[in-house]
Design a protein around this ligand. Sequence first.
Ligand SMILES: Cc1cc2nc3c(=O)[nH]c(=O)nc-3n(C[C@H](O)[C@H](O)[C@H](O)COP(=O)(O)O)c2cc1C
Length: 362
Amino acid sequence: MTSETLFSPAKFGSIAAKNRLVMAPMTRNRAGAGNVPTDQTVTYYAQRASAGLIVTEATQIVPEGQGYPNTPGIHSPEQIAGWKKVTDAVHAAGGKIVLQLWFTGRISHSAYQPGGKATVSASAVRPAGHVYLPDWSKAEYETPRALDADELPGIAKAYGQATKNAKEAGFDGVEIHAANGYLIDQFLRDGSNKRTDRYGGSIENRVRFLVEVTEQVVAAWGSGDGVGVRFSPHNPYNDMADSNPEALFVHAAASLKRFGLAFVHVIEPVGTELQLAGKIKAAIGSALIVNGDYTFDKASEAVASGLADAVAFGKPFISNPDLAERFARGAELTAFDPSTFFGGTDKGYIDYPALGGTVAAE
Ligand SMILES: Cc1cc2nc3c(=O)[nH]c(=O)nc-3n(C[C@H](O)[C@H](O)[C@H](O)COP(=O)(O)O)c2cc1C
């Protein structure tokens, strides 16, 4: 046991957080023309600055990285300027914010790819399921093209450039999205990686792309102390599977130890049978953020027991902009409405009230 609570300050590398409540990254599909964050997005994040740390919605590092309608990017000057307004507002409200770096890989469609080219992945394995096209109509996923080994350094460099852009936009750091079945995860797990070259087969080989991306991101940030990484060892979302998640993710974590990362963020829902978060923390030697179906009580336990340094909340943060204050006061939570999660208007985005019935001021 430790004497820490969810309300004790924490350090994630160089990021000093006022509490141990993290807002989990959540795609909301409300970017404006050119996939630029809007003024509503500025309000949305500023309203949630009661979190010790906000991780933004996944943000494509290059146009090719997109796979859903109206998701923001961090590759154009307009996007950087849009995000700068977000970081300024969050900082003015006393919060900290990192950008989640995203390349969707096979969880995309040629309709998103410049020139209508094929989607890319570790291997030519088509995921089961449906993609939403830019006009929100549904289509089956396509069979991706397996990336050539000599294309991978260029993609890793694009993660580095996106990191520089995030720094310019005023972020406190970045989170490498290596979870939920997107490109890096497609390399990590053997359900989607069938390669026979140095990026496939053994666990060491499947981790190589993640390590090369991290090298570029850390170099671009200047050190590891503003860089985090997110894993989802058990998540089958986006048609993902691995034959030995424990060996894979503990090795992946150990391979990143030398970078001195600010945090590792593990999606492992409460009650998951095979608990890997503690082993991942021990292997990587960074602060641990856990996530997945946490309640206030479960989160308090995770921090007090010394397992986790912080707990990320997703859905509760959508409908409770002042979640930290509500937890502190033992106040009731507002229920979230899944029908307004993805896309749409201000409804279900910036109109959830703070305590007292008022919509939190920007
Ligand atoms: C609307 C919505 C969008 C999400 N988008 C992302 C995302 O962009 N990046 C990511 O890593 N996880 C994403 N997730 C997963 C959440 O970060 C989180 O892992 C999940 O909601 C479980 O946490 P919770 O039980 O506290 O909601 C999303 C979840 C939801 C509900």
